[in-house]
Design a binder for this molecule. Structure first.
Ligand code: BGC
Length: 814
C-alpha cells in the first residue's frame, strides 16, 4: 500500500461503519459515506449523504422531556445500485458466497474503488468492480460506475439504479430515542428514459433537495440498449435495466448523479437544476478526469510531504483529504462552519463547536479566503449571540457551544450515558470559552493575512462584542480586589459543577480567566489596528464608551487566576481539593478509560469529585499562547510565571488526563515538543491515526476532524515552528529527526512559498512569478527578505545564506 491509498481486505461487518466513514468521498458541498451501493441501514451498513449546512429540527419525547434537536440531515441515498442474474434474488453480500473482497480509497484523486468476486446459489461466479467519486470541480455531481464480468456463465443481468429517499437519521445508537425522520413530501419522477429524480423537503427548515440520476449501460465498449422499467416505490425511484451478457463479457453501468438544494446560489429551484445537471453532465470517464484534475490542483496547495514511514505519510494525506472533502472552495459561499465530525456521520448531529481552532491554521496557510468565509459564518450569527447574552442578563455576544443553522445554542440539555443507560443533565453548554476561540481565530486570521478589510468590516466587531460579553460575565470581588468569573465549564467536560451542589458550572476556570485577560488586550489592539474613520464608526455603532475600555484595561491587571501552592495553575478554583483518582486501578479494571466520566457515572460516582480531566484544559494555554505571551499576560495580572513552571504544569495535568477527546493528543504533542521530543512524537502519532487505527472508537459516527487536522498541523506549526507574526514568516524548528524531511507549500501574503525542513535546517523558496514586494523570513536571529523565485537556507545554529534561483522562463517560451 502506498501513502496515497487506503485499502481494506475482505468484508468485516464489525468494522464496516468505520470503513464507511474513512472512505467518504465528498467535495465540501456534499459528502457520501463509503457504504456499499446495494446496502441499506441495517446495523452493519449505514449509507449517509450530508450536504453542508442542511439542518433540520425535530422534537422528540425523551425521559419525560420534550427535546428539540437540530441535525445535519441524512439526504436521499443516491448510491442505490443493485442487480440480479436471471430471475435470482437482488444482490446483497448475504445472498452470495464471497470469494474475495477489497476496497481502496485513492487518496490522491478522491476515488473509492471496490472489488468483489462472488459465487451465487446457482454456483455462477461473477466479478464486480465499482468506482465512485463526488466531483471536486463540479460540486453538484457524483458518479458511480459498476462493472460486472460473468466468469463462467451467460445470461440476463438486471441492474436497479436509482435514488432511495427512505433514509432517516439513525446513524448513532445513542440518539435512537430521538426522532430521525427529517424528510417529508417526497416526490419522484422519470425525467427521460435514462433519468429519474427524487425530491424531498426537510420537515421544519423547509429545505428542498432534489437528486437525479442518469443510468446507461455498455457491453464491452458498445453502448447497450437495455430493456428499461421504471420502478416507483414509496420514496424510492429507480430504473431497472436489463441486458443479456455472455461469459467473459464486461457489462458496465454508469450512474451520473446531480444533487441540488434550495440553499444553493445561482439556482432557480433544485428540481429544475438537478434535471439540467444530469442532462448536461459528461460521461463517467470525462468527469473522472476533470475530478482528478481538480484534486491535482488542490493538492498543489495542500500537499504535505514527509519522508518518514508510509503509515504516517498515509495518515497525513488521508487527514488532509478528509479536511478538503469537508471544506473546500465550494464551501466558501454556503454560510457554514466546520462540523466537528466532518460530513462523515451523525455524531454531534453535525454541530459546530470550537474545533475550528485546530483546523483553521492549516487552511489559513493555504487558502485564506476559505478561512475568511468560515469566520463569516460566525459573523452572520452575531445577532443570535447578542440575543443569547441579553437573555441571560449579559452584554455583548455569547456564542453557543454547539452551533448549527442560525447560531442558536444546540447543545443537548440531557444526554444518555450508554454505559449506565441513564439520561443525565448536561451542563456542557456552559463552555463560554467558545467565544474566546472565535475571537482568537479572528485575530490570528488577521495576523496571518493582514486582511484589514475583514478586520474593519467584521472581525473587530466580533472581538469587541465577545470581549464585552466576558467583561459582563466577570464580577468584581471586593475582598480579593480581583475580577472573578463564576459558573462556567472549561474544555475538560468532566467538571461541570462542584461535587454535591445543585449549582451548574465551576468558578475561576484558569483557562477562561487567563484567555479573557488576553482577549481584553487583543480588543485594544484590534481597535488600534483600525483606520481612524472605521474605529470611530464602530465605537459609535456599538456605543462603546471609555468606561468599558477602562474596565477591560483593569481586567488585564485584575482577573483572578487560581494557583496551587507549588506554582501549578489550578484548573479552576478548588480543583486541588478534589480527590485523586486511583488511575492504576481504573486502567486495570477497564480496557479503555478514555470515557472515564461514563465509567464513573455507571459506577454510581460523580466525575466532578476527582482530579481527572477529559482533555487538555490548563495546557490549552501553552498551545494557544507562546511562553512569552503567556508570561506577559500573567505578569500584567500580577502573577510571575517562569519558564520552569511550564514543565511542572504539563507534568501535573498529564498525569490526570484520560484523553477522552482526540484534541487532547494534539495539545499534548504540542506542549511536549520542546522538552520531551519522544513523548511529543508519541502523542503526534496518536493524534494522526486516532480515526485510522481505532476500531473501538466512534469513528463510524463520523471522523474527528479537528484531531485529524490538528495532527497534521503539528508538523508545520509545532515541529517546524512555522508562524506568521509581526509582518514576517517565522521558523523555529524543533524537528524530530525520526520524521525525516518535511516539504510543504504554503501561502504568505499571496505568495506561494515552498518550505523544506530537515533536522536543524530550513529551506524557504518563493515561487517565481510576477514582481511582488519581498517577504520577510525569520529564523532565530536571522532575517532575510525574499523576492519571487528566491531561496533562503537557515540553520538553527548558523547564519542564513541567501541565493537567487534562475527566474522561470516566460510562458511563451515553454
Ligand atoms: C470535546 C470537545 C469537542 C467536541 C467536538 C468533545 O468530546 O470534549 O472539546 O469540541 O468533542 O469535537
Amino acid at each position: 500500500m502506498t501513502a496515497w491509498e487506503l485499502s481494506f481486505e475482505g468484508f468485516d461487518p464489525d468494522d464496516e461503519g468505520r470503513r464507511e466513514a474513512l472512505c467518504v468521498v465528498g467535495n465540501g458541498y456534499f459528502a457520501t459515506r463509503g457504504a456499499a451501493p446495494e446496502s441499506v441501514a441495517d446495523g452493519v451498513h449505514y449509507p449517509g449523504t450530508y450536504v453542508a449546512g442542511c439542518y433540520n429540527r425535530l422534537t422528540s419525547r425523551v425521559a419525560d422531556h420534550d427535546i428539540e434537536d437540530e441535525s445535519l440531515v441524512n439526504m436521499p441515498n443516491w448510491l442505490l445500485l443493485t442487480f440480479r442474474i436471471d430471475d435470482g434474488p437482488w444482490f446483497t453480500l448475504d445472498s452470495v458466497e464471497l470469494l474475495s473482497a477489497d476496497q481502496e480509497l485513492d487518496i490522491e484523486r478522491g476515488i473509492l474503488l471496490r472489488r468483489l468476486r462472488f459465487r451465487d446459489a446457482q454456483r455462477r461466479t461473477t466479478r464486480l468492480v465499482q468506482r465512485r467519486f463526488v466531483h471536486l470541480g463540479s460540486p453538484h455531481l457524483a458518479g458511480l460506475e459498476t462493472t460486472l464480468v460473468p466468469e463462467d456463465w451467460s445470461g440476463r443481468i438486471t441492474f436497479r439504479s436509482g435514488i432511495d429517499g427512505r433514509v432517516t437519521n439513525t446513524g448513532v445508537a445513542r440518539y435512537r430515542a430521538l426522532d430521525g425522520r427529517h424528510l417529508v413530501e417526497q416526490g419522484t419522477r422519470e425525467i427521460t428514459p435514462t433519468t429519474v429524480l427524487l425530491h424531498a423537503r426537510t420537515s421544519q427548515s423547509g429545505i428542498v433537495v432534489a437528486e437525479a440520476c442518469r443510468s446507461e449501460i455498455w457491453l464491452d465498449t458498445a453502448k447497450a440498449q437495455p430493456r428499461r422499467t421504471l420502478v416507483r416505490e414509496e420514496n424510492l425511484v429507480a430504473h431497472d435495466l436489463e441486458v443479456t451478457v455472455r461469459q467473459g463479457q464486461r457489462v458496465r453501468l454508469e450512474k451520473i448523479v446531480a444533487l441540488h438544494t434550495s440553499r444553493d446560489l445561482a439556482s432557480t429551484e433544485p428540481i429544475a437544476e438537478a434535471e439540467a445537471s444530469t442532462r448536461e453532465a459528461a460521461g463517467f470517464e470525462d468527469l473522472l478526469a476533470t475530478h482528478a484534475l481538480a484534486w491535482t490542483q488542490v493538492w498543489a496547495r495542500y500537499r504535505c510531504g514527509l519522508s518518514t514511514d508510509v503509515r504516517a505519510r498515509r495518515a497525513v494525506n488521508l487527514n488532509l483529504l478528509h479536511l478538503l472533502q469537508t471544506v473546500s472552495t465550494h464551501t466558501a459561499d454556503l454560510d457554514v462552519g466546520i462540523p466537528a465530525r466532518g460530513l462523515h456521520g451523525e455524531a454531534y448531529r453535525g454541530h459546530i463547536f470550537w474545533d475550528e481552532l485546530f483546523v483553521l491554521p492549516t487552511i489559513t496557510l493555504r487558502t485564506p479566503h476559505l478561512t475568511r468565509s468560515l469566520l463569516l459564518y460566525r459573523y452572520r450569527r452575531l445577532p443570535q449571540a447578542r440575543a443569547a447574552a441579553r437573555r441571560e442578563g449579559f452584554a455583548g455576544a455569547m456564542y453557543p457551544w454547539q452551533s448549527g443553522s442560525n447560531g442558536r445554542e444546540e447543545s443537548q440539555r440531557i444526554h444518555l450515558n450508554p454505559e449506565s443507560g441513564r439520561w443525565l443533565p448536561d451542563n456542557t453548554h456552559l463552555q463560554r470559552h467558545i467565544g474566546i476561540a472565535i475571537a482568537y481565530n479572528v485575530w490570528h486570521y488577521y495576523q496571518a493575512t493582514g486582511d484589514e478589510e475583514f478586520l474593519g468590516s467584521y472581525g473587530a466587531e466580533m472581538i469587541l462584542e465577545i470581549t464585552r460579553f466576558f467583561a459582563s460575565l466577570a464580577t468584581y470581588d471586593h475582598g480579593r480586589d480581583r475580577y472573578v468569573i463564576h459558573g462556567v465549564v472549561g474544555p475538560d467536560e468532566y467538571h461541570t459543577a462542584y461535587p454535591d451542589t445543585d449549582r451548574a458550572g465551576i468558578d475561576n476556570h484558569a483557562y477562561t480567566n487567563i484567555m479573557t485577560a488576553w482577549l481584553c488586550r487583543v480588543a485594544a489592539d484590534a481597535v488600534r489596528s483600525l483606520p481612524a474613520d472605521r474605529r470611530s464608526e464602530l465605537i459609535e455603532q456599538l456605543r462603546l464608551d471609555h468606561r468599558e475600555f477602562d474596565r477591560w484595561r483593569r481586567m488585564t491587571r485584575k482577573l483572578f487566576v487560581p494557583f496551587h501552592d507549588d506554582g501549578v495553575i489550578s484548573q479552576y478554583e478548588g480543583y486541588n481539593h478534589l480527590a485523586e483518582l486511583d488511575w492504576d486501578d481504573y486502567r486495570r479494571r477497564y480496557p479503555d478509560i478514555r470515557r472515564l466520566d461514563r465509567i464513573l457515572e455507571a459506577e454510581g460516582r460523580d466525575p466532578n469529585e476527582f482530579q481527572a480531566s477529559k482533555q487538555a484544559d490548563v495546557l490549552m494555554l501553552f498551545y494557544l499562547l507562546s511562553a512569552e505571551e503567556l508570561r506577559a499576560v500573567l505578569h500584567d495580572l500580577g502573577y510571575e510565571f517562569s519558564g520552569e513552571q511550564i514543565p511542572k504544569n504539563i507534568d501535573y495535568y498529564l498525569h490526570r488526563t484520560s484523553h477522552g477527546s482526540t484534541l487532547s493528543a494534539v495539545v499534548h504533542a504540542w506542549v511536549l515538543a520542546r522538552g520531551h521530543r519522544a513523548r511529543a512524537v508519541e502523542f503526534f502519532d496518536r493524534a494522526l491515526v486516532a480515526d485510522l487505527d481505532s476500531r473501538d472508537g466512534t469513528t463510524r459516527e463520523g471522523i474527528h476532524l479537528a484531531g485529524m487536522v490538528g495532527g497534521v498541523d503539528l508538523l508545520q506549526r509545532c515541529f517546524a515552528g512555522i508562524e506568521v507574526r509581526g509582518g514576517a514568516l517565522r521558523f523555529d524548528p524543533h524537528w524530530p529527526t525520526e520524521l525525516g524531511v518535511l516539504e510543504l507549500s504554503i501561502r504568505y501574503h499571496a505568495q506561494p512559498v515552498l518550505v523544506r525542513v530537515s533536522g536543524r535546517t530550513v529551506t524557504v523558496r518563493t515561487a517565481p512569478g510576477p514582481q511582488r514586494p519581498p517577504i520577510r523570513c525569520v529564523c532565530g536571529s536571522q532575517s532575510v527578505l525574499l523576492g519571487p523565485g528566491e531561496t533562503a537556507h537557515f540553520a538553527t545554529d548558523r547564519p542564513a545564506e541567501q541565493q537567487q534561483t534562475p527566474p522561470a522562463a516566460p510562458a511563451d517560451e515553454l
